[in-house]
Design a protein around this ligand. Structure first.
Ligand code: WTA
Length: 651
């Protein structure tokens, strides 16, 4: 954590406020501020009783004996209980009117459409679970899933959950090396992939990436391949198996295994400020409770809703709010495979009109792109089915919020700006839309049962309207349990920064109405297009290149992506700087990590500005990268000329 982290100056002044539309509030799950405050009060006085009441919404094979066992920093929720996430998402809907309701509405990028009812989804999940069992997968084993956004991705996840296998989903945009690292860290026994997936009219060669990754993944025994795009690929005999061939022989009878509340449901890798990616571990009962409850209350879910979250399932948003939360609630969840601007910039609006989407959940980076593409695209479609809009992934700037409100929501849809993290599992701060007036740019108030505060480094609340560190005071059911294979890092990064608090690594301020305004990360993690990237990983990738001696990576404002990636690179002696080399380095990073980490700017420099103790002065680099004048203390700077020279460099 940087020294200045608890003294963040907040400059945002926003006074507009939008009360819940009365017609919306009248039918909402939580209808008034009083009702919301009562829930918060009850949860504050007796958190265990509050969460135990809510846990009744899940199906249990065996009830728990103890609600919470908390030995800081380790929580166990619903101790002694037995349940199954796949059963909760599927089986229990089968003897209700949900049986023939659409569970997943899927649209492929080329335009095909598939609708899986709860019953058909259940059948496919059972079959695939039998496939996994036949390949020897046992409860507790880890399986990697590296797939495009197709229903089979959700089927694979739910099949794992059904038999107690822990899945590790890797975003399809990651490179072979990233897949190999994650396979090795999780010690995955099996990988599920596809020949490819469609993105902007092109096929992403997933299987080729897997082939490369598997040359470095020592624990993988088998690879299951879905034929999505009819690509020419090589199938390695004995290792690679076709999805459709395995499924053709699999029985649809596969009872869900009763698992402990704390059985590991999944690992999802996310960026941390130091070292390799962190395998965030989520377990079963608390996670399912957190995602299903927040999904119902914050999106104010109704039986007849068509709900669309545009995230990729490779990120936590897709795990929690495309798959587990919605399916546990018996909702209809829409899944779209491809890009928002393919074949044209109105693809999302076309989908909303086609399926009469009621709830639309997307990211600020997408909203900024829509603004740039122009109002004619949404204005060319009937968006009147929409009744609630959501945002996630990064702070939404008030102007983007107003555009979303006006052009997409036609001033009638509440906007839920939802703050949360891979680690938190479920939404933590967001307006419960029938109860809380929204203010553009604020995630508003914590969910009932979540004790979020803005504090200094000692954990003392800072005065209202002062920037500080965002922490969570008490354990909550959907919280991460540890970093897979590295409990010490879990302690250090989340629980040893601010005494007796979960540290989010975000800065925030609270206004005098108790609203929280997120100010972004205080660690060395960039938020590029709503996705976390560690500067350290990009630096390692650069230094890996034989011509690079040293590298420092910082964020700089970017109109669309929120944050752009700016790199300062010192070359090995004698290597001449050139535009070709810049290009080569950008491609090198994209190859090592994934296209999403491709640097925006690269500057060559003879030296990096460092303190006398050798620490790179990132604040100065950030100023330079964003074209700002450097203000503040530079007295610890070792070599002033390094700074002057950097300024002269062209980006
Ligand atoms: C940022 C994504 C402001 C924040 C669910 C957080 C946000 C990080 C918001 C987590 C929001 C997410 N307003 N900032 N509504 N939502 N963030 O793990 O910095 O990919 O710590 O989880 O994104 O990113 P992650």
């Amino acid at each position: 954590m940087s020294a200045s982290a608890s003294h963040i100056t907040s400059v945002l002044k926003e006074t507009r406020s939008f009360p819940p539309p009365p017609r919306f509030a009248a039918h909402a799950h939580i209808r008034s501020l009083e009702e919301y405050e009562e829930l918060c009060q009850r949860a504050r006085e007796n958190p265990e009783a509050f969460w135990a009441d809510q846990a009744e919404r899940l199906h249990w094979f065996q009830r728990w004996q103890q609600v919470l066992d908390w030995k800081e920093p380790h929580a166990q929720w619903f101790v002694g209980g037995k349940l199954n996430a796949s059963y909760n998402c599927l089986d229990r809907h089968l003897n209700t009117p949900h049986k023939n309701k659409a569970a997943i509405i899927w649209e492929g990028e080329p335009g095909e459409s598939r609708i899986l009812t709860y019953q058909t989804l259940h059948r496919e999940v059972c079959q695939f679970a039998n496939v996994l069992k036949a390949l020897g997968m046992q409860p507790g084993d880890r399986v990697t899933i590296y797939m495009p956004m197709v229903p089979e991705l959700a089927i694979a996840m739910l099949a794992c959950a059904r038999i107690g296998v822990t899945h590790s989903v890797i975003f399809g945009g990651f490179s072979a090396d990233a897949v190999a690292d994650r396979n090795n860290d999780a010690k995955s026994r099996l990988i599920i992939t596809a020949d490819g997936g469609w993105r902007r009219g092109k096929v992403i060669p997933l299987k080729d990436n897997v082939d490369e990754a598997l040359t470095k993944s020592t624990t993988i025994e088998k690879c299951i391949v879905l034929n999505r795009c009819h690509q020419q690929i090589t199938m390695k005999p004995g290792r690679d198996l076709w999805w459709h061939e395995l499924m053709a022989q699999a029985s649809a009878d596969c009872p869900a295994v009763p698992l402990d509340s704390e059985h590991p449901l999944y690992i999802l890798y996310t960026s941390g400020s130091t070292g390799k990616p962190k395998g965030i571990l989520h377990t079963t009962a608390g996670y399912l409770l957190g995602t299903s409850l927040t999904h119902e209350w914050i999106f104010d879910l109704r039986e007849e809703d068509t709900y669309w979250c545009t995230a990729d399932i490779g990120w936590v948003t897709g795990h929690s709010y495309i798959v587990y939360g919605p399916l546990c609630n018996g909702a209809t969840t829409l899944m779209y495979e491809g890009a928002p601007n393919y074949p044209r910039e109105d693809r999302f609006w076309e989908i909303i009109e086609k399926y009469q989407v009621n709830i639309f959940y997307t990211a600020p980076t997408a909203i900024r792109a829509f603004i740039k593409w122009g109002d004619k695209w949404p204005n060319g479609h009937d968006l009147s089915s929409l009744r609630l809009l959501g945002s996630v992934g990064e702070p939404i700037n008030p102007e983007a919020w107003m555009w979303y409100h006006t052009v997409i929501g036609k001033e009638k849809c509440p906007i839920v700006d939802t703050w949360w993290q891979t680690e938190t599992g479920a939404i933590m701060i967001a307006p419960v839309p029938g109860a809380i007036a929204t203010k553009p740019g604020s995630a508003t108030r914590p969910f009932p049962g979540i004790i979020a505060e803005v504090v200094d480094r000692q954990g003392r609340p800072v005065p209202d309207n002062t920037g500080g560190l965002l922490v969570i005071r008490q354990p909550w059911p959907a919280m991460l349990r540890t970093i897979y294979g590295d409990d010490e890092r879990y302690r250090q990064q989340y629980w040893n920064q601010v005494p007796h608090c979960y540290f989010t690594a975000d800065g925030a301020r609270r206004d005098s109405d108790g609203y929280i305004w997120i100010m972004g990360r205080v660690d060395d993690v960039l938020n590029v297009a709503g996705h976390r990237l560690s500067t350290m990983e990009i630096e390692s990738a650069l230094v890996h290149h034989p011509k690079v001696a040293e590298a420092a990576v910082v964020g700089r404002p970017d109109e669309i992506k929120g944050e752009g990636i700016a790199c300062f690179v010192t070359l090995v002696g004698g290597v001449p700087a050139s535009d070709e080399l810049k290009k080569e380095l950008r491609e090198h990073v994209a190859h090592e990590i994934g296209a999403l980490a491709r640097p925006d700017d690269i500057r060559f420099t003879e030296a990096l500005p460092k303190t006398r103790s050798g620490k790179i002065m990132r604040r100065l680099l950030r100023d330079i990268a964003s074209g700002r004048e450097t203000v503040g203390d530079t007295t610890t700077l070792e070599d002033y000329s390094a700074l002057a020279r950097l300024r002269e460099e062209e980006a």
